[in-house]
Design a protein around this ligand. Structure first.
Ligand SMILES: [Mg+2]
Length: 226
């Protein structure tokens, strides 16, 4: 039996890294509160100068490169990441009776750094799986209309996990991905909603069975029954 968890925004708070990347791209200091409450487009609208607005595709490309660590500088920004409270304790406890599968949009080129980071934050890594995206998986997201959509890649990777054995639970902070998870027979699809920019209803509408705001809400589910 496995438990599938997303990493960024679910186990690890990357808002400080996003703030640093956005500040680099826009060459000015972006506020953390804004990163947490605004979409990327809203951040550009709020912070980009008139001249930068004329080159938004170039800026956005640079942002992708930093966040996906396609730009070497992106790796050094990983130091801004922090673990989300209680997540490591809960996963550690679940991992004693179930297999933990990390399903992340991070690129496979960051595998070593990601494992090191997870381990450093106290997340279980032994006997776990780390399923990552390939560079080509982003071609559709980066250049609109060419290549796969991220939801399709996510769906394909999740289907592969589900084919290997029953999945008991999924925890993810992105509402849109529940559209893929709901197609499988998973008892608990849990939306992790830490910041207000995503309405609770958006998780439910996409198929989440419940929505939590803190991992401590799951700590009484010591370990889902195998
Ligand atoms: Mg996420």
């Amino acid at each position: 039996m496995s438990v599938v968890v997303d990493i960024d925004g679910t186990l690890i708070d990357i808002s400080e890294r996003l703030r640093a990347a956005m500040s680099l791209v826009l060459d000015r200091s972006v506020l953390l509160d804004d990163v947490r409450s605004m979409t990327t487009s809203q951040l550009y609208e709020t912070y980009a100068t008139e001249e930068q607005r004329e080159h938004l595709p170039v800026l956005h490309e640079r942002l992708w490169n930093l966040l996906l660590c396609e730009d070497e500088l992106g790796f050094s920004l990983l130091r801004h990441d922090v673990p989300i409270p209680y997540a490591a304790e809960v996963l550690e406890s679940w991992s004693t009776t179930n297999k933990v599968a990390y399903l992340t949009g991070r690129l496979d080129t960051t595998r070593e750094d990601t494992l090191r980071q997870l381990e450093g934050f106290g997340f279980p890594v032994d006997n776990t799986e780390l399923i990552m995206f390939e560079r080509a998986d982003y071609s559709g997201a980066r250049v609109a209309s060419v290549g796969p959509r991220l939801i399709d890649v996510r769906s394909k990777l999740f289907s592969a996990i589900a084919r290997n054995g029953p999945v008991l639970m999924v925890v993810d902070d992105f509402p849109g991905y529940f559209e893929a998870y709901r197609r499988h027979d998973v008892p608990d699809l849990i939306g992790f909603r830490r910041f207000a920019r995503r309405p609770v209803q958006s998780y439910i509408d996409n198929g989440a069975t419940s929505v939590i705001g803190c991992w401590s809400e799951l700590s009484n589910m010591q370990s889902p029954p195998p």
